[in-house]
Design a protein around this ligand. Sequence first.
Ligand SMILES: Cc1cc2nc3c(=O)[nH]c(=O)nc-3n(C[C@H](O)[C@H](O)[C@H](O)COP(=O)(O)OP(=O)(O)OC[C@H]3O[C@@H](n4cnc5c(N)ncnc54)[C@H](O)[C@@H]3O)c2cc1C
Length: 510
Amino acid sequence: MIPAQATRPVEDVRVVVVGAGFSGIGAAIRLREAGFRDVVILEKASQLGGTWRENTYPGCACDVPSTLYSYSFAPDTAWSRVFAGQPEIHAYLRTTAERYGLGDALRCGVQVRGARWDPAAGRWLLETSDGPYRAAVLVLATGPWHVPRHLDVPGIEDFPGPVLHTARWDHTVDLTGRRVAVVGSGASAVQVVPAIADRAAAVHLFQRTAQWVLPKPDLPVPAVFNRLLDRLPGARTTLRGGQYALQEGFGYAFRHPPIARLIESGARAHLRLAVGDRDLRESLTPDYRLGCKRLLTSSTFYRALAQPHVHLHPTAVTAVHGDEVAGADGTVTQADVLITATGFRIGELPLAQRLYGKDGRTLHETWGGEPQAHLGTTVSGFPNLFLLLGPNLLGGSTSAITVLEAQLSYLTAALTHLDRSGHQVLDVRPAAQAAHNTAVQEALRTTVYNSGGCTSYYFSPSGRNTFAWPWSTGRLIHRLSRFDSDSYVCDTPACASPEPSPVPAPTTRR
Ligand SMILES: Cc1cc2nc3c(=O)[nH]c(=O)nc-3n(C[C@H](O)[C@H](O)[C@H](O)COP(=O)(O)OP(=O)(O)OC[C@H]3O[C@@H](n4cnc5c(N)ncnc54)[C@H](O)[C@@H]3O)c2cc1C
């Protein structure tokens, strides 16, 4: 159990949000707008930003257009590019937090070490680096793409040069004239390789699996276009709607693999236009259905690989011997700098090991390696706990912010339900959670994520897809647009209130 702390008296807060990335900032804004003023965000880092504070590697940018990869309630930003870069997205989050006056809610430099449900008090007790907190509601906004997955091969610790994970970039390392080995070929690799290729003497990309890559229309946005968006009523909403529809088109294809196959011809044509060398093209052609792994976009990746000083090694890295990087195919390459673009430990919620539910078991033990939740948000046995961007909510096409905002509607509706019904505690019924997850797994079977012939981070080690939502985003928004009180047990037996709880109008509550 979590040891008692004696640093200061327990601080009582109605809602504690853990993490100040897009999810935590969005949650605090929406909760306050809905009248829940007593909200605190605990962020372990010295400033807000999450993903966009931590990923500062060259070329880092979003791959969903910024007008969609931003809050719908704070759309009026003059993005400089269709797909904004990391500094601009981080600045957007800072300005939005300021604009919504979150200063008093945000506590940076506070790490949540664990929490346990106190059934007698009907509260979460949190152990943090700032002392103990007691919260009626706990919102975990700790992010799926947060804990870097490091390259774990023999000899890596003896590599004589710098080893940089893309999420832990060291800007003091100068790549000019250096031989750089990049390990990994996913979303970060396709951004970092073209961004460093012009200054490195040589770039060696170790690719375990080829990826489908579509062109990225990453154009600068002229100031006049931004002014037009400001002046024309409804223009931003229309643009956002159009982008949403486009992303949904990909989502539709991922649910209907024969259509995903059609998009493959576009990706193949993109590859043919950029890479003349037949062998290189072959090595870059995936052997699974498009969409099975996250679909990548870049108009510079293939062109970078076609340069003579950039070398593709279509093999996994198996060992490092001094400054030599060895591939499974016997390739040995000398490098001065090693960049690991090896992604994140998706699906492993670090706090899960220190989060004790009502039967005293941790979330980690309860899940047994297969994270699941009711509508990706609540977990049976963990009352008044809400996971943001939780299991089986995302897909290969949607903006995470769209999913997040749907969850925030559900969260505010749930808290409104508690207030209206006079209850303090809600816990999702095991049967409701199980029924939802059975339906999810059944629907996933025919999607390209499950049937496309690849392995991906969508799957737990046991082979269960714990990441993807199998239906349209519209259906996700609809399911989360009202609080389904029948699926819950409250602190008194009857949980249902006479009326359903829609997204509440702004008022002031504690
Ligand atoms: C390079 C990159 C590009 C991406 N591009 C896109 C894109 O184009 N479109 C898209 O939809 N998604 C994209 N994503 C996914 C992206 O992570 C999400 O869209 C979104 O930013 C997640 O926000 P979050 O707030 O949930 O998590 P995060 O941004 O990861 O924030 C979590 C926060 O929680 C804090 N925290 C964690 N544990 C604790 C603790 N114990 N105590 C206190 N604080 C804690 C962390 O410090 C962090 O600040 C991208 C991800 C990466 C890495």
